[in-house]
Design a protein. Structure first.
Lengths: 325, 292
């Protein structure tokens, strides 16, 4: 029975994703799309943060790079299927170039370099208006069509997003279960021991960061056709912080943590709408409370409850203290 | 030449205010091994304490400043340590960093919702006169800002190096376990560090608010600059933060005047990336010498 549980749950989850938007208004479908897209970006960040143990504050700027490259290419008549891999490759390359100096030294340097990078990208997008349209951004990207299946309808675009989401998560599933992925975990849990066992920690961390960035680029490549309007403000530092919150609130280092976290971060504003301006205060306040009482995030809360109810089961003993820097 | 002197001096003046925030930053880093992402908001908030005391409670301005300082030390020093940092202390790291990010949002949004979203004028601390030096016109405010913040940082350095409490604080920062064995009350020393950080942030707030006005979003840039100053100078040294702050203040002004105003904000960031690549321990910092 236990053998079939995971595939069964996954199939149920996919079925729920397919049924969810039926009969809903455009706005709800749009929100679901952005939830899936942010889940992709947060999953990428989770590889950097939860598995390789490095803070990146530039995930939104990788989304920006992906979104602008896709937008510029599709505006010039290139098909999305070609623009998307270009965006991912560009983000992968930028991630390598950015991570290389920062990861030479252990500590918080990646956090600071990415923080600076996010602001730099924002400035370039805003100031170089010959390419990026400056503060007015880029408009009028066509949604991709695939022969008979055209995504210009909101619902069609949603199913397209679900497909990309499923492929992206399957890819990540493969990465964290491959020998690389196991090395990433070894790196997080005990870098000194990992190094002594012959794991090249520096190269692996860099690779994790670059792959995570490429996922940011993929999310960006989806944002451009979803919103059909991109401007620098949608990729400012605060959005990188939001992505980081998604990972941490959901549970860094858990595979589905970022998906859950993205749901909370995207849907909470809708639920808390009645509180008007106080929403952010309540939200940030509850993050502090969560961090103080359960640093492993929402999935960690669940694990803790289950641990209390069925104490024989040990859930991720290594995660008891939360991810460390 | 005249313009250069003016630009240089006002750069030094703002730089020295950045340096105060950056010094607080390094203190927190040493004491709790954490990066306070709310440092910018710590500099933004005390000005509003003063404004509340001055406008709502109708206290005289000098008394409002004192009340603001006390409130800042209590809220940003004691409460921050007691309610957020202490419950997490056995395990700091990422959760604490995330909490400080969330705290930054709470402080910023609270000021916006409960006080106001517009920039508030802040009363001048110093006369607005100018004095001629060579052929440049130098503002008295800049000179006094520079003098006040330099003396505060000097006094702090003397306190840390020359007094018993200061040396106990340093011992706690360097090796808490050994300090504890040698009879230092480490918990109290860590608390002192947080109080001093709050006081430094409050002073920086009082000096910078007359220039930049008091606004809820001031913390974003201030926090980023304080970080960068601390890293550029050297994260584990007070003098590093001072050097970094002054350097960034001056370079910022020089770029804005002579090179480009559009990319003015990018300069500290480029400097940061260069420093991390070339000299990760900072300009005057000492290397901690470990790769893992």
């Amino acid at each position: 029975m236990r053998r079939y549980r995971t595939p069964l749950l996954l199939a149920l989850g996919l079925a729920a994703l397919i049924v969810a938007p039926i009969g809903q208004g455009n706005y709800i479908v749009y929100t679901l799309c952005s939830w899936l897209i942010f889940s992709i970006a947060a999953t990428g960040l989770n590889l950097t943060l939860g598995y390789a143990g490095q803070i990146s504050l530039a995930q939104a700027s990788f989304m920006a790079i992906g979104a602008y490259i896709t937008a510029l290419m599709t505006l010039n008549g290139v098909h999305w299927l070609l623009a998307m891999p270009c965006s991912m490759l560009a983000c992968f390359a930028v991630g390598l170039a950015l991570g290389f100096p920062a990861l030479r030294v252990q500590g918080h340097f990646l956090a600071f370099v990415t923080l600076a990078f996010n602001t730099l990208v924002f400035l370039v997008l805003r100031n170089e208006d010959w390419l990026t349209g400056g503060v007015y951004g880029l408009v009028g990207m066509e949604r991709p069509g695939f022969g008979l299946f055209d995504t210009s309808k909101q619902l069609h675009f949603y199913y397209f997003t679900v497909a990309v989401f499923a492929v992206a998560l399957a890819g990540m599933w493969w990465i964290v279960r491959s020998p690389w992925g196991r090395a990433f975990k070894a790196l997080r849990e005990n870098p000194i021991r990992a190094e002594s066992l012959g794991v090249d920690t520096r190269r692996l961390t860099l690779l994790a960061f670059a792959i995570g960035s490429a996922y940011g680029g993929l999310a960006g490549a989806l944002v451009a056709p979803l919103v059909q309007f991109i401007e620098p403000g949608s990729f400012a530092l605060v959005h990188s912080l939001r992505l980081l919150l998604m990972v941490v609130v959901g549970g860094a280092g858990f595979f589905f943590g970022p998906v859950l976290g993205a749901a909370v971060v995207i849907l909470l504003p809708e639920v808390l709408r009645f509180t008007e301006g106080y929403y952010l205060i309540l939200y940030a306040g509850s993050v502090i409370v969560l961090m103080v009482f359960c640093p492993t995030g929402l999935i960690g809360v669940y694990g803790r409850l289950r641990q209390r109810l069925f104490p024989q089961r040990v859930v991720r003993g290594d995660m008891a203290t939360g991810p460390q820097l | 030449m005249a313009q250069f002197i003016q630009v240089l001096l006002s750069g030094l003046a703002t730089g020295s205010i950045y340096a105060m925030a950056a010094v607080g930053f390094t203190l927190i880093w040493q004491a709790a091994k954490t990066v306070n992402f709310a440092q910018g908001e710590f500099v933004m908030l005390p000005a509003f304490f003063v404004l509340i005391a001055h406008h709502a409670l109708h206290l005289p301005f000098w008394l409002s400043l004192a009340v603001g300082l006390a409130a800042a030390v209590f809220v940003l020093g004691y409460l921050f340590k007691r309610l957020i940092v202490e419950p997490m202390l056995p395990v700091t790291g990422l959760p604490l960093i995330i909490s400080t990010m969330a705290l930054a949002i709470v402080l910023k949004e609270s000021v916006k919702e409960f006080y106001g979203a517009e920039a508030q004028p802040f009363p001048e601390l110093f006369p607005q006169d100018t004095i001629p030096v060579l052929d440049a016109v130098v503002s008295v405010q800049d000179l006094l800002n520079l003098a006040v913040s330099l003396s505060v940082v000097t006094a702090l350095t003397l306190f840390l190096n020359r007094t018993r409490t200061g040396r106990c604080m340093q011992a706690t920062a360097q090796n808490p376990d050994v300090a504890e064995i040698l009879g230092v009350n480490t918990r109290r020393m860590v608390l002192y560090t947080f109080l001093i950080n709050a006081a430094l942030a409050a002073l920086a707030s009082f000096l910078i608010s007359p220039v930049y006005l008091a606004k809820f979003s001031n913390g974003e840039t201030l926090g980023l600059i304080a970080f960068i100053a601390a890293i550029v100078g050297g994260f584990n040294q007070i003098r590093g933060a001072l050097v970094g702050g002054l350097l960034i203040g001056v370079l910022d002004n020089l770029t804005a005047t002579y090179v480009t105003a559009e990319y003015r904000a990018a300069l500290p960031l480029v400097l940061l990336i260069l420093i991390i690549m070339v000299r990760p321990q900072g300009l005057v910092g000492t290397s901690e010498g470990r790769a893992v």
